[in-house]
Design a binder for this molecule. Structure first.
Ligand SMILES: [Zn+2]
Ligand SMILES: [Zn+2]
Length: 494
Protein backbone atom coordinates (compact mmCIF):
# COMPACT_ATOMS: atom_id res chain seq x y z
CA UNK A 1 0.00 0.00 0.00
CA UNK A 2 2.99 2.25 -0.03
CA UNK A 3 5.57 3.06 -2.58
CA UNK A 4 8.55 0.89 -2.69
CA UNK A 5 11.46 0.12 -4.78
CA UNK A 6 9.95 -2.73 -6.67
CA UNK A 7 13.13 -3.65 -8.45
CA UNK A 8 14.27 -5.25 -5.19
CA UNK A 9 11.20 -7.27 -4.78
CA UNK A 10 11.55 -8.61 -8.24
CA UNK A 11 15.15 -9.55 -7.84
CA UNK A 12 14.56 -10.97 -4.42
CA UNK A 13 11.62 -13.08 -5.42
CA UNK A 14 13.37 -14.45 -8.43
CA UNK A 15 16.18 -15.47 -6.23
CA UNK A 16 13.78 -17.07 -3.81
CA UNK A 17 12.15 -18.97 -6.60
CA UNK A 18 15.47 -20.08 -7.94
CA UNK A 19 16.63 -21.23 -4.57
CA UNK A 20 13.39 -23.03 -3.87
CA UNK A 21 14.00 -25.12 -6.94
CA UNK A 22 17.71 -25.55 -6.62
CA UNK A 23 18.49 -25.44 -2.95
CA UNK A 24 17.54 -27.01 0.31
CA UNK A 25 14.87 -25.73 2.65
CA UNK A 26 17.53 -23.95 4.63
CA UNK A 27 18.86 -21.93 1.78
CA UNK A 28 15.27 -21.23 0.80
CA UNK A 29 14.60 -19.75 4.21
CA UNK A 30 17.82 -17.87 4.14
CA UNK A 31 17.02 -16.30 0.85
CA UNK A 32 13.58 -15.37 2.09
CA UNK A 33 15.28 -13.68 4.95
CA UNK A 34 17.38 -11.76 2.52
CA UNK A 35 14.38 -9.57 1.90
CA UNK A 36 15.31 -6.01 2.41
CA UNK A 37 13.33 -3.36 4.16
CA UNK A 38 10.70 -1.71 2.06
CA UNK A 39 12.39 1.42 0.95
CA UNK A 40 10.23 4.45 0.74
CA UNK A 41 11.48 6.75 -1.89
CA UNK A 42 10.73 10.41 -2.03
CA UNK A 43 11.48 10.41 -5.71
CA UNK A 44 8.88 9.75 -8.33
CA UNK A 45 9.31 6.73 -10.45
CA UNK A 46 10.79 4.52 -7.79
CA UNK A 47 7.32 3.42 -6.84
CA UNK A 48 5.08 0.67 -8.06
CA UNK A 49 5.80 -0.13 -11.62
CA UNK A 50 4.78 -3.71 -12.05
CA UNK A 51 4.35 -3.53 -15.79
CA UNK A 52 7.83 -2.16 -16.26
CA UNK A 53 9.19 -5.05 -14.26
CA UNK A 54 7.53 -7.60 -16.45
CA UNK A 55 9.43 -6.43 -19.49
CA UNK A 56 12.84 -7.01 -18.04
CA UNK A 57 11.98 -10.27 -16.44
CA UNK A 58 12.95 -12.91 -19.00
CA UNK A 59 16.48 -11.63 -19.45
CA UNK A 60 16.92 -11.12 -15.78
CA UNK A 61 15.57 -14.54 -15.00
CA UNK A 62 18.30 -16.21 -16.96
CA UNK A 63 20.85 -14.05 -15.25
CA UNK A 64 19.38 -14.76 -11.83
CA UNK A 65 19.43 -18.46 -12.49
CA UNK A 66 23.12 -18.40 -13.10
CA UNK A 67 23.62 -16.31 -10.02
CA UNK A 68 21.61 -18.64 -7.86
CA UNK A 69 23.58 -21.65 -8.92
CA UNK A 70 26.82 -19.89 -8.09
CA UNK A 71 25.47 -18.73 -4.73
CA UNK A 72 24.18 -22.10 -3.67
CA UNK A 73 27.49 -23.33 -2.34
CA UNK A 74 29.19 -21.86 0.72
CA UNK A 75 31.23 -18.93 -0.44
CA UNK A 76 31.97 -17.20 2.80
CA UNK A 77 33.29 -18.39 6.10
CA UNK A 78 32.24 -16.91 9.46
CA UNK A 79 35.59 -15.18 9.86
CA UNK A 80 35.45 -13.80 6.34
CA UNK A 81 32.10 -12.11 6.10
CA UNK A 82 33.24 -8.58 5.55
CA UNK A 83 33.60 -7.42 1.96
CA UNK A 84 33.22 -4.00 0.42
CA UNK A 85 29.88 -4.16 -1.35
CA UNK A 86 31.31 -3.54 -4.79
CA UNK A 87 33.85 -6.35 -4.36
CA UNK A 88 31.48 -8.80 -2.74
CA UNK A 89 31.71 -12.46 -3.77
CA UNK A 90 27.93 -12.31 -4.09
CA UNK A 91 26.81 -10.93 -7.45
CA UNK A 92 23.59 -9.80 -5.84
CA UNK A 93 25.41 -7.61 -3.37
CA UNK A 94 27.62 -6.23 -6.12
CA UNK A 95 24.49 -5.24 -8.00
CA UNK A 96 23.19 -3.62 -4.86
CA UNK A 97 26.38 -1.59 -4.61
CA UNK A 98 25.81 -0.40 -8.15
CA UNK A 99 22.22 0.52 -7.29
CA UNK A 100 23.28 2.51 -4.24
CA UNK A 101 25.90 4.35 -6.27
CA UNK A 102 23.32 5.26 -8.87
CA UNK A 103 20.70 6.45 -6.46
CA UNK A 104 22.04 7.62 -3.12
CA UNK A 105 23.48 11.08 -2.61
CA UNK A 106 26.57 12.17 -0.72
CA UNK A 107 25.57 13.46 2.74
CA UNK A 108 28.39 16.01 3.01
CA UNK A 109 27.00 19.43 4.06
CA UNK A 110 28.83 21.21 1.21
CA UNK A 111 26.32 19.78 -1.22
CA UNK A 112 22.99 21.30 -2.02
CA UNK A 113 19.88 19.51 -0.76
CA UNK A 114 18.60 16.87 -3.14
CA UNK A 115 15.30 16.53 -1.28
CA UNK A 116 13.56 18.04 1.70
CA UNK A 117 14.89 16.86 5.06
CA UNK A 118 12.56 14.31 6.68
CA UNK A 119 13.33 15.37 10.22
CA UNK A 120 15.83 17.50 12.14
CA UNK A 121 18.20 14.52 12.52
CA UNK A 122 18.17 13.80 8.82
CA UNK A 123 21.71 14.49 7.48
CA UNK A 124 20.01 16.27 4.62
CA UNK A 125 19.05 19.03 7.06
CA UNK A 126 22.71 20.03 7.34
CA UNK A 127 22.80 21.01 3.69
CA UNK A 128 21.62 24.34 2.40
CA UNK A 129 18.68 24.47 0.06
CA UNK A 130 20.49 26.69 -2.44
CA UNK A 131 24.10 27.37 -3.36
CA UNK A 132 26.87 24.94 -2.50
CA UNK A 133 28.00 22.04 -4.63
CA UNK A 134 25.57 20.21 -6.83
CA UNK A 135 24.19 16.99 -5.32
CA UNK A 136 26.49 14.09 -6.14
CA UNK A 137 25.89 10.37 -6.01
CA UNK A 138 27.91 8.29 -3.60
CA UNK A 139 30.85 6.45 -5.09
CA UNK A 140 33.38 6.08 -2.30
CA UNK A 141 33.10 3.01 -0.09
CA UNK A 142 34.14 3.45 3.51
CA UNK A 143 36.97 0.97 4.15
CA UNK A 144 35.52 0.11 7.57
CA UNK A 145 31.95 -0.69 6.66
CA UNK A 146 32.29 -1.36 2.94
CA UNK A 147 29.18 0.63 2.02
CA UNK A 148 29.26 3.43 -0.54
CA UNK A 149 28.64 6.48 1.61
CA UNK A 150 30.32 9.54 0.08
CA UNK A 151 30.97 11.07 -3.32
CA UNK A 152 34.71 11.12 -2.75
CA UNK A 153 37.33 10.09 -0.26
CA UNK A 154 37.79 13.77 0.62
CA UNK A 155 34.18 14.22 1.59
CA UNK A 156 34.20 10.96 3.51
CA UNK A 157 37.29 11.98 5.49
CA UNK A 158 36.00 15.50 6.04
CA UNK A 159 32.65 14.27 7.37
CA UNK A 160 34.10 11.23 9.13
CA UNK A 161 32.75 12.17 12.53
CA UNK A 162 29.13 11.98 11.50
CA UNK A 163 29.73 8.80 9.53
CA UNK A 164 31.27 7.27 12.62
CA UNK A 165 27.85 7.34 14.30
CA UNK A 166 26.56 4.68 11.92
CA UNK A 167 29.75 3.03 10.63
CA UNK A 168 29.64 0.14 13.12
CA UNK A 169 26.00 -0.58 12.36
CA UNK A 170 26.67 -0.45 8.63
CA UNK A 171 29.48 -2.93 9.05
CA UNK A 172 27.17 -5.22 10.96
CA UNK A 173 24.65 -4.98 8.13
CA UNK A 174 27.38 -5.74 5.63
CA UNK A 175 28.43 -8.88 7.51
CA UNK A 176 24.88 -10.02 8.18
CA UNK A 177 24.00 -9.70 4.51
CA UNK A 178 27.03 -11.72 3.54
CA UNK A 179 26.24 -14.26 6.25
CA UNK A 180 22.80 -14.86 4.72
CA UNK A 181 24.41 -15.63 1.40
CA UNK A 182 27.20 -17.69 2.89
CA UNK A 183 25.42 -20.96 2.30
CA UNK A 184 26.12 -22.02 5.85
CA UNK A 185 23.73 -24.23 7.78
CA UNK A 186 21.16 -22.07 9.58
CA UNK A 187 20.06 -23.83 12.78
CA UNK A 188 18.27 -20.64 13.86
CA UNK A 189 15.60 -21.28 11.23
CA UNK A 190 14.71 -24.56 12.84
CA UNK A 191 11.51 -23.84 14.69
CA UNK A 192 10.07 -25.59 17.74
CA UNK A 193 6.72 -27.34 17.69
CA UNK A 194 3.61 -26.65 19.73
CA UNK A 195 4.16 -25.29 23.23
CA UNK A 196 3.47 -27.72 26.07
CA UNK A 197 0.46 -26.38 27.91
CA UNK A 198 2.20 -26.69 31.28
CA UNK A 199 5.21 -24.71 30.16
CA UNK A 200 4.77 -20.98 30.56
CA UNK A 201 6.07 -18.64 27.93
CA UNK A 202 8.08 -15.73 29.24
CA UNK A 203 7.69 -12.68 27.03
CA UNK A 204 10.04 -10.32 28.83
CA UNK A 205 12.45 -10.19 25.91
CA UNK A 206 13.82 -12.23 23.03
CA UNK A 207 16.13 -14.27 25.25
CA UNK A 208 13.46 -15.39 27.68
CA UNK A 209 11.01 -15.93 24.85
CA UNK A 210 13.27 -18.11 22.75
CA UNK A 211 14.38 -20.05 25.81
CA UNK A 212 10.89 -20.74 27.16
CA UNK A 213 9.60 -21.51 23.68
CA UNK A 214 12.27 -24.17 23.47
CA UNK A 215 14.12 -22.73 20.51
CA UNK A 216 17.40 -24.35 19.74
CA UNK A 217 19.97 -22.43 21.75
CA UNK A 218 20.90 -19.40 19.72
CA UNK A 219 24.01 -18.21 21.47
CA UNK A 220 25.53 -16.33 18.60
CA UNK A 221 24.56 -12.66 18.21
CA UNK A 222 24.48 -12.94 14.46
CA UNK A 223 22.17 -15.93 14.48
CA UNK A 224 19.93 -14.14 16.93
CA UNK A 225 19.73 -11.15 14.62
CA UNK A 226 18.89 -13.34 11.63
CA UNK A 227 16.26 -15.29 13.57
CA UNK A 228 14.52 -12.27 15.04
CA UNK A 229 14.26 -10.60 11.68
CA UNK A 230 11.59 -13.09 10.67
CA UNK A 231 10.12 -13.96 14.04
CA UNK A 232 9.45 -10.31 14.85
CA UNK A 233 6.30 -10.48 12.71
CA UNK A 234 4.36 -13.23 14.49
CA UNK A 235 5.87 -12.56 17.91
CA UNK A 236 5.06 -8.84 17.87
CA UNK A 237 1.39 -9.72 17.39
CA UNK A 238 1.54 -12.52 19.95
CA UNK A 239 3.32 -10.42 22.56
CA UNK A 240 0.56 -7.82 22.56
CA UNK A 241 -2.40 -10.20 22.46
CA UNK A 242 -1.19 -12.87 24.86
CA UNK A 243 -2.40 -12.98 28.46
CA UNK A 244 1.25 -13.06 29.54
CA UNK A 245 1.97 -9.93 27.50
CA UNK A 246 4.78 -7.73 28.82
CA UNK A 247 2.62 -4.68 28.07
CA UNK A 248 0.38 -4.07 31.04
CA UNK A 249 -1.79 -1.48 32.69
CA UNK A 250 0.79 -0.95 35.43
CA UNK A 251 2.66 2.29 35.54
CA UNK A 252 4.87 2.57 32.46
CA UNK A 253 3.33 -0.69 31.24
CA UNK A 254 2.04 1.24 28.20
CA UNK A 255 -1.39 -0.35 28.07
CA UNK A 256 -4.26 2.12 28.56
CA UNK A 257 -7.58 1.39 30.27
CA UNK A 258 -9.24 1.27 26.86
CA UNK A 259 -6.45 -1.04 25.72
CA UNK A 260 -7.11 -3.40 28.58
CA UNK A 261 -10.81 -3.50 27.69
CA UNK A 262 -10.10 -4.38 24.09
CA UNK A 263 -7.39 -6.89 24.82
CA UNK A 264 -9.46 -8.55 27.52
CA UNK A 265 -12.11 -9.25 24.92
CA UNK A 266 -9.57 -10.81 22.58
CA UNK A 267 -7.89 -12.77 25.36
CA UNK A 268 -11.25 -14.17 26.39
CA UNK A 269 -11.32 -15.86 23.00
CA UNK A 270 -7.60 -16.57 22.75
CA UNK A 271 -7.32 -18.38 26.06
CA UNK A 272 -10.52 -20.40 26.41
CA UNK A 273 -10.84 -22.83 29.29
CA UNK A 274 -10.29 -26.48 28.51
CA UNK A 275 -13.56 -27.74 27.12
CA UNK A 276 -12.97 -31.48 27.34
CA UNK A 277 -13.26 -31.90 23.61
CA UNK A 278 -12.08 -35.18 22.19
CA UNK A 279 -12.26 -37.28 19.10
CA UNK A 280 -15.25 -39.38 20.17
CA UNK A 281 -18.94 -38.49 20.06
CA UNK A 282 -18.75 -37.50 23.72
CA UNK A 283 -15.98 -35.11 22.97
CA UNK A 284 -17.87 -33.18 20.30
CA UNK A 285 -17.96 -29.49 21.02
CA UNK A 286 -19.01 -26.55 18.93
CA UNK A 287 -15.81 -24.94 17.61
CA UNK A 288 -15.53 -21.19 18.06
CA UNK A 289 -14.71 -19.16 14.95
CA UNK A 290 -11.02 -18.64 14.22
CA UNK A 291 -9.30 -15.49 15.39
CA UNK A 292 -9.05 -13.23 12.34
CA UNK A 293 -5.95 -11.10 12.04
CA UNK A 294 -6.09 -8.66 9.16
CA UNK A 295 -2.63 -7.65 8.06
CA UNK A 296 -3.15 -4.54 5.97
CA UNK A 297 -0.75 -3.02 3.50
CA UNK A 298 0.98 -6.37 3.59
CA UNK A 299 4.15 -6.77 1.65
CA UNK A 300 7.20 -8.78 2.68
CA UNK A 301 5.39 -10.25 5.68
CA UNK A 302 2.85 -11.93 3.41
CA UNK A 303 5.61 -13.95 1.78
CA UNK A 304 7.30 -15.08 4.96
CA UNK A 305 7.77 -18.84 5.15
CA UNK A 306 4.63 -20.34 6.64
CA UNK A 307 6.70 -21.94 9.43
CA UNK A 308 7.22 -18.44 10.75
CA UNK A 309 3.50 -17.68 10.92
CA UNK A 310 2.79 -21.07 12.49
CA UNK A 311 4.83 -19.83 15.44
CA UNK A 312 1.98 -17.43 16.22
CA UNK A 313 -0.49 -20.27 16.55
CA UNK A 314 1.87 -22.14 18.88
CA UNK A 315 1.48 -19.34 21.42
CA UNK A 316 -2.26 -19.96 21.59
CA UNK A 317 -2.64 -23.74 21.44
CA UNK A 318 -6.40 -23.87 21.93
CA UNK A 319 -7.55 -21.58 19.15
CA UNK A 320 -7.43 -21.41 15.38
CA UNK A 321 -6.20 -18.43 13.40
CA UNK A 322 -7.15 -16.99 10.06
CA UNK A 323 -4.54 -14.55 8.80
CA UNK A 324 -5.84 -12.24 6.11
CA UNK A 325 -3.20 -10.36 4.14
CA UNK A 326 -4.61 -7.40 2.28
CA UNK A 327 -2.89 -4.91 0.03
CA UNK A 328 -1.97 -4.32 -3.59
CA UNK A 329 1.58 -5.44 -2.89
CA UNK A 330 0.75 -8.51 -0.88
CA UNK A 331 1.75 -10.81 -3.74
CA UNK A 332 4.15 -8.45 -5.45
CA UNK A 333 6.18 -10.37 -8.01
CA UNK A 334 5.18 -13.72 -6.62
CA UNK A 335 2.84 -14.51 -9.50
CA UNK A 336 5.10 -17.26 -10.78
CA UNK A 337 4.91 -18.97 -7.42
CA UNK A 338 1.23 -18.32 -6.76
CA UNK A 339 -0.66 -17.42 -9.92
CA UNK A 340 -3.50 -15.09 -8.99
CA UNK A 341 -6.83 -16.86 -9.39
CA UNK A 342 -9.49 -15.48 -11.70
CA UNK A 343 -12.00 -13.16 -10.18
CA UNK A 344 -15.22 -15.15 -10.23
CA UNK A 345 -18.62 -14.55 -8.62
CA UNK A 346 -17.65 -16.94 -5.83
CA UNK A 347 -14.23 -15.34 -5.42
CA UNK A 348 -14.86 -11.74 -6.49
CA UNK A 349 -11.52 -10.40 -5.27
CA UNK A 350 -9.32 -13.21 -6.46
CA UNK A 351 -8.27 -14.23 -2.98
CA UNK A 352 -5.55 -16.80 -2.65
CA UNK A 353 -6.58 -19.17 0.09
CA UNK A 354 -4.10 -21.47 1.75
CA UNK A 355 -6.62 -23.63 3.52
CA UNK A 356 -5.22 -25.74 6.27
CA UNK A 357 -1.58 -24.90 6.67
CA UNK A 358 -1.96 -26.61 10.01
CA UNK A 359 -5.14 -27.61 11.81
CA UNK A 360 -5.14 -24.18 13.42
CA UNK A 361 -3.90 -21.88 10.67
CA UNK A 362 -5.46 -20.64 7.48
CA UNK A 363 -4.07 -17.79 5.37
CA UNK A 364 -5.91 -15.75 2.75
CA UNK A 365 -4.31 -13.10 0.61
CA UNK A 366 -6.15 -10.31 -1.18
CA UNK A 367 -4.24 -8.32 -3.76
CA UNK A 368 -6.51 -5.35 -3.32
CA UNK A 369 -6.89 -2.22 -1.28
CA UNK A 370 -8.59 -2.81 2.02
CA UNK A 371 -11.00 0.09 1.54
CA UNK A 372 -12.43 -1.60 -1.54
CA UNK A 373 -13.11 -4.81 0.36
CA UNK A 374 -14.49 -2.93 3.32
CA UNK A 375 -16.94 -0.99 1.18
CA UNK A 376 -18.15 -4.23 -0.36
CA UNK A 377 -18.75 -5.58 3.15
CA UNK A 378 -16.48 -8.49 2.35
CA UNK A 379 -15.32 -9.22 5.90
CA UNK A 380 -18.45 -8.02 7.59
CA UNK A 381 -19.41 -8.39 10.43
CA UNK A 382 -16.46 -7.57 12.66
CA UNK A 383 -16.27 -8.83 16.19
CA UNK A 384 -14.04 -7.23 18.84
CA UNK A 385 -13.73 -10.68 20.43
CA UNK A 386 -12.39 -12.34 17.31
CA UNK A 387 -10.83 -9.69 15.09
CA UNK A 388 -7.70 -7.57 15.13
CA UNK A 389 -5.93 -5.37 12.59
CA UNK A 390 -2.18 -5.36 12.23
CA UNK A 391 -0.29 -2.71 10.26
CA UNK A 392 3.43 -3.41 9.87
CA UNK A 393 5.26 -0.16 9.08
CA UNK A 394 2.32 1.32 7.23
CA UNK A 395 3.85 4.73 6.66
CA UNK A 396 0.54 6.34 7.64
CA UNK A 397 2.17 9.72 7.96
CA UNK A 398 4.73 9.32 5.21
CA UNK A 399 4.13 11.97 2.56
CA UNK A 400 4.38 9.35 -0.19
CA UNK A 401 1.91 6.88 1.27
CA UNK A 402 -0.49 8.62 3.64
CA UNK A 403 -3.01 9.31 0.87
CA UNK A 404 -3.41 5.56 0.46
CA UNK A 405 -4.59 5.26 4.04
CA UNK A 406 -6.90 8.24 4.00
CA UNK A 407 -9.95 6.17 3.21
CA UNK A 408 -8.94 3.09 5.18
CA UNK A 409 -8.35 4.49 8.65
CA UNK A 410 -11.91 5.81 9.25
CA UNK A 411 -13.23 2.42 8.16
CA UNK A 412 -10.98 0.65 10.65
CA UNK A 413 -12.15 2.96 13.41
CA UNK A 414 -15.75 2.23 12.53
CA UNK A 415 -15.24 -1.47 13.27
CA UNK A 416 -14.12 -0.74 16.88
CA UNK A 417 -11.62 -3.55 16.48
CA UNK A 418 -8.08 -3.05 17.88
CA UNK A 419 -5.48 -1.78 15.41
CA UNK A 420 -1.83 -2.55 16.17
CA UNK A 421 0.83 -0.60 14.32
CA UNK A 422 4.60 -0.81 14.10
CA UNK A 423 7.21 1.63 12.83
CA UNK A 424 10.77 1.37 11.52
CA UNK A 425 12.09 4.06 13.84
CA UNK A 426 10.84 6.32 16.56
CA UNK A 427 10.46 9.09 14.03
CA UNK A 428 8.54 6.91 11.60
CA UNK A 429 6.19 5.81 14.37
CA UNK A 430 5.58 9.27 15.77
CA UNK A 431 4.87 10.64 12.34
CA UNK A 432 2.19 7.96 11.90
CA UNK A 433 0.58 8.77 15.24
CA UNK A 434 0.58 12.46 14.53
CA UNK A 435 -1.07 11.85 11.18
CA UNK A 436 -3.77 9.64 12.70
CA UNK A 437 -4.53 12.19 15.39
CA UNK A 438 -4.68 14.98 12.86
CA UNK A 439 -6.84 13.01 10.43
CA UNK A 440 -9.39 11.43 12.74
CA UNK A 441 -8.91 13.57 15.83
CA UNK A 442 -11.16 12.65 18.70
CA UNK A 443 -12.56 9.57 17.00
CA UNK A 444 -9.83 7.28 18.31
CA UNK A 445 -8.85 5.77 21.63
CA UNK A 446 -5.21 4.98 22.28
CA UNK A 447 -4.91 1.33 23.36
CA UNK A 448 -1.18 1.11 23.78
CA UNK A 449 1.24 3.99 24.19
CA UNK A 450 3.98 4.10 21.56
CA UNK A 451 7.40 2.81 22.48
CA UNK A 452 10.11 0.39 21.55
CA UNK A 453 8.91 -3.06 20.61
CA UNK A 454 10.41 -5.73 22.86
CA UNK A 455 10.27 -8.08 19.92
CA UNK A 456 11.68 -5.84 17.24
CA UNK A 457 14.05 -7.30 14.71
CA UNK A 458 17.53 -7.15 16.15
CA UNK A 459 18.90 -6.90 12.67
CA UNK A 460 19.42 -3.48 11.17
CA UNK A 461 18.59 -2.74 7.59
CA UNK A 462 19.91 -0.30 5.11
CA UNK A 463 17.89 1.88 2.80
CA UNK A 464 19.62 1.43 -0.55
CA UNK A 465 18.32 4.79 -1.68
CA UNK A 466 20.02 6.43 1.26
CA UNK A 467 22.62 4.50 3.28
CA UNK A 468 22.39 7.10 6.06
CA UNK A 469 18.90 5.84 6.76
CA UNK A 470 19.10 2.70 8.88
CA UNK A 471 16.20 1.11 10.67
CA UNK A 472 14.94 -2.22 11.86
CA UNK A 473 11.79 -4.23 11.36
CA UNK A 474 9.03 -3.38 13.85
CA UNK A 475 11.25 -1.10 15.91
CA UNK A 476 8.30 0.40 17.73
CA UNK A 477 4.74 -0.66 18.45
CA UNK A 478 1.52 1.08 19.49
CA UNK A 479 -2.22 0.51 19.23
CA UNK A 480 -5.49 2.35 18.82
CA UNK A 481 -9.11 1.80 17.80
CA UNK A 482 -12.32 3.68 17.11
CA UNK A 483 -13.62 5.57 20.09
CA UNK A 484 -16.22 3.70 22.06
CA UNK A 485 -18.91 5.73 23.71
CA UNK A 486 -20.52 4.39 26.84
CA UNK A 487 -24.21 3.93 26.23
CA UNK A 488 -26.40 5.81 28.65
CA UNK A 489 -30.13 5.59 28.88
CA UNK A 490 -31.95 8.85 28.73
CA UNK A 491 -34.29 8.09 31.62
CA UNK A 492 -31.38 6.94 33.76
CA UNK A 493 -29.80 10.33 33.46
CA UNK A 494 -32.87 12.12 34.65
ZN1 LIG B 1 30.25 14.80 -1.48
ZN1 LIG C 1 32.01 3.23 7.47
Amino acid sequence: MRPSSSSYTCRRCLQVLGNARAGSQTSFLASRLALRRRTISTKNGAGLNGSEQLGVRPARKAMEKRMVSSEARPLLMPNNLFHPFSESPSPEIRRRAAFIKQNAFCPHPDHRQSRLPMNPEDPEARKSSEGGLAPAHVSFECPDCGIPVSCSEDHWADDYESHLEICDTLREINEDDHDLRSGRFFPEFDYPEMQMEEAMINMTNWDTFLYTRDFRAIDDERSLRQATRLLTYPVTIGSVLHELSPYTIKQKGRLTVEGLKSLSALRYSLHPPRDGAGSGIKGLRPTPPPMRIFILGARAESSLPREVWIQLTHLFPRVAFHLVFVGPESMANRDAEFPLPERTPSNPYGAIVEGRITSSLKISTFVEYYHTLHKAGHFHPYDPYFDCFMLFHPGLGHPASSHEWQETIPQLLETKVPILVTGYTQYDMERDIEWVKKTVGGEMDMLMEPGENRFRSLRWDLNDLDPQDISCGNWGVWGFRGKRYETTRKDAEE
